[in-house]
Design a binder for this molecule. Structure first.
Ligand code: UGA
Length: 431
């Protein structure tokens, strides 16, 4: 089939390359000519495992192309996927829909009668119906995505489920054709009306965020009582109904999705006269974990961080990503810098992005360099290489051996045995 993908950010670039991998002819469209030129040359402008190989292979074969022209896209595709961003609005918790609205308006203008426009962006419930009512000459479907950064290709080619929000049999037939290889390999398909399809996405992210904040709230209780949240999480996770995943306590969730999605969902619920106030508490618990790290840093530095040399391991919002959007690591770093600490950050992939967004922080070229002369070390993004750090060797580099494990992945006993003052969120100090 001939498909177009409108918006070639994180989601769109991945979707376009994966659709080419499924055997379709794909045209990606973006208003940013630099992005289009990079992608057309086979270069992915962000860090995502496997995606560069797919992009290079399919742009070289010509099966995947990129353009800035909506007109060209409209003439090219049978099905048009809209993958533009829905950031948080500047003036409220709600989602900013201007890119979605303008992409649908442009495609509706150029595409012929009956063209199928498929929304993939995360939107407030009610958006698909509003667009369908506005653009009556085209057909609209909603097909949310559930990909995780770092696993984007895997999650697109082998998703847990496909959700098809459809208004007609024809839309369903076309989407089933698009995804035939994915469906053929056993992926469950859930067909739904527009509001349900939109809600599946926001509900899934709200549930994941709630799970993380639940365990982080338990970490607070553990801190107040001397309990160990990692043991607690393991024990409750043995119950299949609860499950072990997304129960890692720490400095909390960040990124371009969970924080903004729960805010937008609570905001939309208010508009609908339904209370999702608990999501505001989920958000508040999450932010309190950042406060806790700042507080621990102060405590370990004798009451104030002014003049202290603090090494921060991690800048990305999670490992296997160079994404720093709403990153807990950088939020904590910036706050300590404001309090007068001399903060040096190291991250394996996110240094360029971090430098641009937080030019006042110091940056090191390696974890070792960051640690050199530090009065305190904060472990805030759980890259596997940080787990490999040898506590003995690290001790020889720092000025004072004090570390806060904000992600719960370091072995406290080993660090303590090597002479470190070791603190972790929700866990008693070892020894
Ligand atoms: C999230 C969802 O997991 C995807 O299913 C969804 O498609 C995506 O948002 C989206 O809406 O596009 P992502 O933001 O890539 O994916 O990251 P996650 O792996 O969900 O991690 C989110 C944050 O939670 C990270 O900061 C991570 O460090 C934190 N986290 C995760 C914890 O603090 N504890 C955990 O146990 C798990």
């Amino acid at each position: 089939m001939r498909l177009t993908v409108i918006g070639t950010g994180y989601l769109g670039a991945t979707h376009a390359a994966c659709m080419a991998e499924l055997g379709h002819e794909v045209l990606g469209v973006d208003v940013d000519p630099d992005k289009v030129a990079a992608l057309q040359a086979g270069r992915v402008p962000f860090h995502e495992p496997v995606l560069p190989e797919l992009l290079a292979r399919h742009t070289a074969s010509g099966r995947l192309r990129f353009t800035t022209s909506y007109e060209e896209a409209a003439a090219f595709g049978e099905v048009h996927f809209i993958c533009v961003g829905t950031p948080q609005r500047k003036d409220s918790e709600g989602a900013d829909l201007r890119y979605v609205d303008s992409a649908f308006a442009s495609m509706a203008r150029y595409a012929g009668e009956g063209a199928l426009l498929v929304g993939k962006s995360t939107v407030p419930v009610g958006t698909a119906q509003r667009l369908a009512d506005t653009h009556t000459g085209v057909e609209i479907a909603w097909n949310p995505e559930f990909l995780r950064e770092g696993f984007a290709v895997e999650d697109t080619l082998r998703p847990d489920r496909l959700v098809l929000g459809i208004g007609s049999e024809r839309a369903e037939t076309l989407l089933r054709q698009v995804y035939a290889p994915v469906i053929g390999s056993g992926t469950p398909v859930v067909t739904a009306d527009f509001p349900t399809a939109e809600l599946v996405k926001t509900a899934a992210n709200a549930f994941l965020a709630t799970k993380i904040s639940f365990i982080n709230a338990m970490a607070e209780v553990c801190e107040a009582t001397g309990g160990d949240v990692s043991v607690l999480a393991e024990a409750i996770g043995h119950d299949d109904r609860i499950g072990k995943k997304f129960l890692r306590a720490g400095v909390g969730f960040g990124g371009g999705c969970l924080p903004k999605d729960i805010r937008a969902f609570a905001h939309r619920a208010d508009e609908l006269g339904v209370s999702l106030a608990f999501l505001r508490e989920v958000d508040a618990i999450n932010m309190r974990r950042r406060d806790r790290v700042v507080e621990l840093a102060r405590e370990l530095c004798g009451g104030a961080v002014l003049g202290a040399r603090i090494a921060v391991l991690g800048a990305a919002f999670k490992p296997d990503s160079d994404d720093i959007r709403d990153s807990p690591a950088l939020n904590v770093s910036a706050r300590l810098r404001l309090d007068g600490a001399d903060v040096t950050v190291y991250d394996p992939e996110a240094m360029d992005n971090a430098r641009k967004a937080f030019p006042l922080l110091g940056y090191a070229l390696s974890a070792e360099e960051a640690l050199r002369g530090a009065d305190l070390v904060l472990h805030l993004t759980e890259w596997p290489q940080f787990r490999e750090l040898a506590p003995e060797r690290a001790r020889a580099l720092v000025s004072r051996p004090r570390i806060v494990d904000g992600r719960g992945t370091l072995d406290g006993a080993t660090w303590a045995a090597a002479g470190w003052e070791f603190r972790a969120l929700g866990r008693p100090a070892p020894g």
